[in-house]
Design a protein around this ligand. Structure first.
Ligand code: TAP
Length: 462
């Protein structure tokens, strides 16, 4: 029986890895999810024979499976696309909390004076799982606007957080060395929960996707540690995969934003946005704005159009209107593609998910590195609700908060159509010189309304 279970875990692990690999392209992402979910079902079913079916615990486990499946399935079906980050935060937090509770149960089972090697993974799991649980709940509350999304800071905050971390370290030593204190790990858990809250409070709401990805990595590590405690190979593999992919995603997101992870975690980014917004656009420079008819004619007679979607496209839910315009242009013989910046929007893959939902063909979605050289040959860069990801100050203004962030070369296109509602800045809260570029025509309005007007204008163009 043990061999069969191990083989099933091996199959599950392979499916997790194949599923993860598939997630690396929009084309394979849907299948990747199914494959990884199949792996999880196999792992769950393979675990059942390990249970003592006569014990009362089985009923509790079965009730847990039913409740978990119902909440997961209904939640995933009902959640709005824009609320995915907070759903991920919530589910991730629950995972971390579960790992911590499993570790508590194991410590209780071990009794007094467990061996160091036996107790250490459980202690690790309690600390990391609790930080992940509490931090994820704060991230959820920020994104769901149950509390302010602006960074909550006070003088000496990082010192206080440092003291908390040091206290946790001290308790870990105490619990491991003087494990005869039966419930000392409860204090450890409380401290870790407080640190989880304190760690996320000073981070701005819009940086939450990066934090959630980091906490996701934490949960993975806590789960892997639980795997060591329970001697469960599937948990070790799944936890390590989550830990590694979460860490990589955190690094990739920080890099794509042109910021260090330390700046994301400790920089209180977004604290001064109101001030920055007030400065933006007040330099007395003039911009050109155009009519739907003029822009429609320009698009209709172009050979190459690159659409640059951004956060505003998501806010306006303009993905269907964008696809309609692109299809119309293609029918006229215009070559259309979409330039996808890795951190356009507010969550990883935000633009891919929205455009896939609108059935935009995957081949038209081009990653930044793939399309950046093509802007110079494009007749029009049509910027739809994007801002920071095309801001040239990332290249040429060393003092700018986004200096060093790789951007889309929209400024190199022959014509630039900049669609947004006002001259207000984007997430970084800074002015965008591209709006004042002589090649740029602003087209003000809600992205969905504006695209609908452009569709009508292109249809009207002879
Ligand atoms: P942003 O720079 O935030 O700009 C979005 C623009 O959309 C705004 O300037 C806004 O201008 C416009 N807009 C908002 N609602 C609109 C609507 N209904 N219709 C038309 N336009 C609308 O977006 P971006 O270029 O996608 O860049 C993303 C930013 O978020 C980057 O700074 C990135 O670092 C940050 N970030 C991303 C992530 C991930 S993982 N994607 C995570 C955290 C932070 P108006 O108000 O004038 O309309």
């Amino acid at each position: 029986m043990r061999t069969a279970i191990s083989l099933a875990y091996l199959v599950a692990a392979v499916l997790f890895i194949v599923g993860l690999k598939q997630l690396s392209s929009p084309k394979g992402a849907r299948n990747g999810n199914f494959i990884a979910a199949a792996g999880m079902v196999i792992a769950l079913v393979a675990t059942l024979p390990l249970l003592n079916f006569t014990s009362a615990g089985v009923t509790i486990i079965l009730i847990g499976i039913v409740i978990g499946t119902a909440v997961g399935a209904v939640g995933a079906r009902m959640v709005k696309m824009t609320a995915i980050p907070q759903m991920v935060a919530l589910f991730n937090g629950v995972g971390g909390g579960a790992a911590a509770l499993v570790a508590v149960a194991e410590l209780l089972r071990m009794g007094q004076h467990p061996a160091f090697t036996e107790a250490f993974p459980s202690i690790f799991s309690i600390v990391i799982g609790s930080i992940s649980f509490a931090g994820s709940m704060v991230a959820f509350a920020k994104l769901q606007e149950l509390m302010t999304g602006t960074p909550i800071t006070y003088p000496g905050q990082q010192v206080v957080n440092g003291i908390l971390a040091a206290a946790i370290f001290g308790f870990v030593i105490a619990v491991l060395a003087v494990a005869s204190v039966p419930f000392s790990f409860i204090a450890l858990m409380v401290l870790a929960l407080v640190l989880g809250v304190a760690f996320v409070l000073p981070i701005g709401g819009a940086d939450m996707p990066v934090v959630i990805s980091l906490l996701n990595a934490f949960t993975g590590l806590a789960v892997a540690a639980s795997g060591f405690t329970l001697n469960n190979f599937a948990l070790i593999v799944a936890g390590t995969l989550v830990g590694a992919s979460g860490s990589l995603l955190t690094k990739m997101m920080s890099d794509a934003m042109g910021r260090s992870l330390a700046n994301v975690l400790f920089g209180a980014f977004g604290k001064s946005h109101a001030g920055a917004a007030a400065i933006a656009g007040k330099e007395g420079r003039s911009v050109r704005s155009g009519s739907a008819e003029d822009i429609g004619t320009l698009l209709a007679y172009s050979q190459r159009v690159i659409i640059v979607p951004g956060y505003g496209l998501a806010v306006a839910q303009a993905q269907h209107a964008a696809r309609e315009l692109a299809e119309l242009l293609e029918r006229r013989g215009v070559e259309v593609s979409y330039a996808i910046h890795p951190v356009a929007g507010r969550m990883p893959g935000h633009m891919n998910v929205l455009l896939a939902e609108a059935n935009v063909p995957y081949e038209q979605l081009k990653e930044m590195d793939e399309i950046n050289d093509e802007f110079k040959n494009a007749d029009v860069a049509l910027i739809v609700g994007a801002n920071d990801v095309v801001n040239p100050s990332a290249r040429n203004a060393p003092g700018s908060p986004i200096y060093g962030m790789p951007i889309l070369n929209a400024d190199q296109a022959k014509n630039i159509i900049f669609m947004k509602r006002s001259m207000r800045p984007g997430f970084a809260g800074i002015d965008n010189d591209l709006m004042y570029d002589p090649k740029t025509v602003m087209f003000f309005g809600d992205a969905k309304d504006s695209l609908t007007k452009l569709v009508a204008a292109v249809k009207a163009a002879a």
